[in-house]
Ligand binder design. Structure first.
Ligand SMILES: Cc1cc2nc3c(=O)[nH]c(=O)nc-3n(C[C@H](O)[C@H](O)[C@H](O)COP(=O)(O)OP(=O)(O)OC[C@H]3O[C@@H](n4cnc5c(N)ncnc54)[C@H](O)[C@@H]3O)c2cc1C
Ligand SMILES: NC(=O)c1ccc[n+]([C@@H]2O[C@H](COP(=O)([O-])OP(=O)(O)OC[C@H]3O[C@@H](n4cnc5c(N)ncnc54)[C@H](O)[C@@H]3O)[C@@H](O)[C@H]2O)c1
Length: 471
């Protein structure tokens, strides 16, 4: 191929597909290159199969609430693990098929192969050199597995292999308690695996608020042993796999390694771009344009390590796709930070993180869900929600939580924070009764008490009854 393409997109994950959508609106002179299976990490081995497995685990786990509801016979319910895993793969295949529709229609403009950059405007794939006016790099990330651990073969699982299992081992360890470790350790435990989990940090699931972290870790510890604050390593004891920390050791059949993910940059040729690379081997990327330095190369999605989340990858592909087809890049305002971990209760963080706020200059509001009426009715009365606000203006800055319906609460708060709403403006919103959001209102009222009071004719000043049935 001697022609020069307007755009070459490297990587057909969520970021690459979002870029493709924008590029195809502006030019048909493009190439999309993908190494390995098509269908995106999200649909194949990420968000979707993990959430499908979690749903099965939670459905079975809820039998533990039946007796209290007066439903008898829960003790005789059994789980067909193989069938649950088959369902994960069946749905996974549908999810993957839905992502393939766009790329299958591309014909020769979609190339399977491992791309390597040869310089600005030059990409090599399958032994051929392609020329491009603009390049979008969206090669994603892969699970970190320490080299010595690979010697354990199939006994070491990652989320790349977990959903392919026909059945589950009896005893497992999860090592690494970021979002993936927490979600999978709880799900596997609820599916009947004898679980033990290890995290190097004192916090789990990316939480920064130590009060929320304390509640979240305590809730998980009721389900399986959790060892925090120590790095774990693997070795062998009498031919069996052993997980060791400085203070603990335990023998398991298998390990799910969730130590984090590293950008797919091996042999990608980033060094040929003529820009300085950081210690991780990554170039500087402007998160408002997705451009690398001032060269016609863009980098979107998990590869750039900004925020390895699906909606951020999609936004970054969108930005890169538009900017790779323009003479001068447009600067985009990024969205309010939002992350959700699909544990039960859910864990979420919105807006400014407590670690970035001056605690002496920030108001804190808190709600413990133990006494929240609607949560009690559904046997979901666990967890804590914490809100942060600016004292001078009463503006809501951020929130962290481990509460029932965290995913919905977090979206409501993201809207409020994105619109710069104040505590009193939020308290003017109607709160239906009885809903879990009344717990959010209690936390807002806690903040309101620390602010100058609103006028007598203002419904934001309507106070709590301090009664489980009414708040
Ligand atoms: C288990 C798990 C659960 C998750 N759950 C959630 C969740 O609930 N919510 C959420 O927001 N996020 C979640 N994520 C994160 C989310 O899946 C990612 O942020 C997102 O998929 C990243 O998309 P991407 O386009 O950057 O990369 P990918 O989808 O990984 O796409 C990159 C593509 O580039 C290809 N490639 C790599 N190198 C080359 C090369 N040299 N040449 C050509 N092609 C190449 C890869 O093979 C791949 O096909 C989860 C991730 C995992 C692993
Ligand atoms: N619900 C979601 O949004 C969701 C779900 C899953 C994944 N993701 C995305 O995928 C990314 C990767 O997730 P992750 O959980 O694998 O990575 P992570 O980097 O968030 O967490 C990995 C954890 O493993 C710990 N660790 C590393 N080495 C260790 C050792 N030897 N012993 C014990 N602990 C060790 C680290 O300290 C860290 O806390 C996340 O950052 C997230 O953006 C999102």
């Amino acid at each position: 191929m001697n022609e020069t393409f307007d755009v070459v997109i490297v990587g057909a994950g969520t970021a690459g597909l979002a870029a493709l959508r924008e590029v195809t609106k502006r030019t048909q002179n493009f190439i999309l290159i993908n190494d390995g299976p098509w269908g995106t990490v999200c649909a194949r081995v990420g968000c979707m199969p993990s959430k499908t497995l979690i749903e099965a685990a939670n459905a079975f786990h809820h039998r533990g609430t039946f007796e209290e509801f007066g439903i008898r016979g829960a003790g005789s319910l059994t789980l067909d693990v193989a069938a649950a895993l088959q369902r994960v793969r069946r749905l996974r295949d549908k999810f993957v098929a839905s992502t393939l529709k766009t790329t299958e229609a591309l014909g020769q403009r979609a190339i399977s192969g491992r791309a390597r950059l040869l310089g600005v405007g030059r990409v090599e794939v399958n032994g051929h050199e392609l020329r491009a006016r603009h390049i979008i790099i969206a090669t994603g990330s892969s699970p970190v597995v320490p080299a010595p651990w690979r010697a354990f073969g199939k006994r070491v699982l990652t989320t790349d292999t977990l959903f392919e299992q026909e059945t589950l081992p009896s005893r497992m360890a999860v090592i690494g308690l970021g979002p993936i470790g927490v979600e999978m350790a709880q799900a596997l435990s609820r599916l009947g695996v004898d679980m033990v989990a290890f995290g190097e940090q004192p916090t789990i699931a990316g939480l920064r608020d130590i009060r929320v972290n304390a509640v979240a870790t305590d809730l998980l510890k009721h389900e399986f042993p959790l060892f925090l604050g120590e790095k774990a390593d693997l070795d062998t004891a009498d031919g069996r796999m052993r997980v060791r920390t400085r203070v603990n050791e335990t023998v398991v059949d298998s390990v799910l390694v969730s130590l984090g993910r590293r950008p797919n940059i091996d042999n990608l040729g980033l060094e040929t771009l003529g820009v300085e690379l950081n210690a991780q081997g990554l170039p500087p990327v402007d998160r408002h344009t997705m451009q690398i330095a001032d060269i016609p190369v863009f980098m979107a999605g998990d590869i750039n390590e900004h925020k390895p989340l699906l909606h951020e990858a999609a936004d970054e592909g969108h930005i890169a796709g538009i900017n790779a087809t323009r003479a001068a890049p447009v600067r985009f305002t990024r969205r309010t930070p939002l992350s959700i971990v699909f544990s039960d209760p859910g864990i979420a963080a919105v807006g400014s993180r407590p670690s970035s706020l001056d605690v002496n200059k920030t108001l804190m509001g808190e709600m413990q869900f133990k006494h929240q009426g609607r949560a009690m009715a559904g046997q979901r009365n666990k967890g804590v929600l914490r809100l942060y606000a600016q004292p001078e203006t009463g503006r809501l800055l951020g929130a962290e939580m481990c509460v029932p319906a965290a995913e919905h609460m977090a979206h409501l708060l993201a809207l409020a924070i994105g619109r710069s709403l104040t505590v009193h403006e939020m308290l003017r919103m109607p709160f239906y009764h009885p809903v879990l959001e009344e717990g959010l209102r209690t936390a807002l009222r806690g903040l309101s008490k620390q602010l100058p009071s609103c006028g007598e004719s203002d419904l934001a000043g309507c106070e709590a009854f301090d009664a489980e049935a009414l708040d």
